[in-house]
Write a protein that binds this ligand. Structure first.
Ligand SMILES: [Fe+2]
Ligand SMILES: [Fe+2]
Length: 197
């Protein structure tokens, strides 16, 4: 057991937080895959779900490597990100916009994990927990790849499709607004100076 108030105890604390965050993600990712319309996006979420299950196991190996029991501590940060994602999924969005928003939600989670693993790997390294550092670095690379894959999918067409839909919608409203404005400008008979009285 690590003594309190040291970098080692902070490391164990962060590991517990991240262990819980990964477990939360194993429940959130299937919902995100189900909500995705793009087969490529769904496949990316499913692939990362499998990686996430490996991340949980890898963290158990990290705990073991420093003679600590694998135990989670509720991660409020990841819970907040997941709650926001759940609220977004209830919104009435067109398919491409929903996919773009799912990517945004997924990338928030990946960046949160990247921050956690970046810190954990650096701390493990500086404390000479070499095995732990290598395992944490491996997961960090997979989180970065997952994030890049989501960017590639978004930029490979989903964002553009969502933007086109938004512009069509705006255009319609603009023309409606213009029509209304024009209609208001049409003078009623007898009210305009150019009208014969
Ligand atoms: Fe992960
Ligand atoms: Fe991840």
């Amino acid at each position: 057991m690590a003594s309190e108030g040291t970098l080692h105890s902070a490391f164990v604390d962060e590991l517990r937080d991240t262990y819980d965050a990964e477990k939360q993600l194993t429940k959130a990712l299937p919902r995100m895959a189900k909500a995705a319309s793009s087969p490529e996006l769904r496949a990316a979420f499913e692939k990362h779900l499998n990686e996430t299950r490996t991340h949980v196991e890898r963290l158990e190996a990290v705990f073991a490597s420093i003679d600590e029991k694998a135990r989670g501590k509720h991660c409020d940060g990841m819970a907040g990100i997941i709650d926001e994602g759940k609220a977004m999924m209830k919104e009435d969005l067109d398919d491409a916009t929903m996919d773009a928003c799912l990517i945004a939600a997924g990338q928030r989670a990946e960046h949160y994990e990247m921050a956690a693993y970046g810190t954990l790997a650096a701390w493990a390294k500086v404390m000479d927990h070499t095995e732990a550092a290598n395992l944490l670095q491996m997961t960090l690379e997979e989180e970065k790849n997952a994030d890049e894959k989501l960017s590639a999918i978004a930029e490979g067409g989903i964002n553009r499709t969502a933007a086109s839909a938004a512009h069509e919608w705006d255009g319609e409203n603009r023309s409606t607004a213009t029509r209304k404005k024009t209609a208001r400008k049409v003078p009623r008979k007898g009210m305009h100076p150019s009208y014969p009285r």
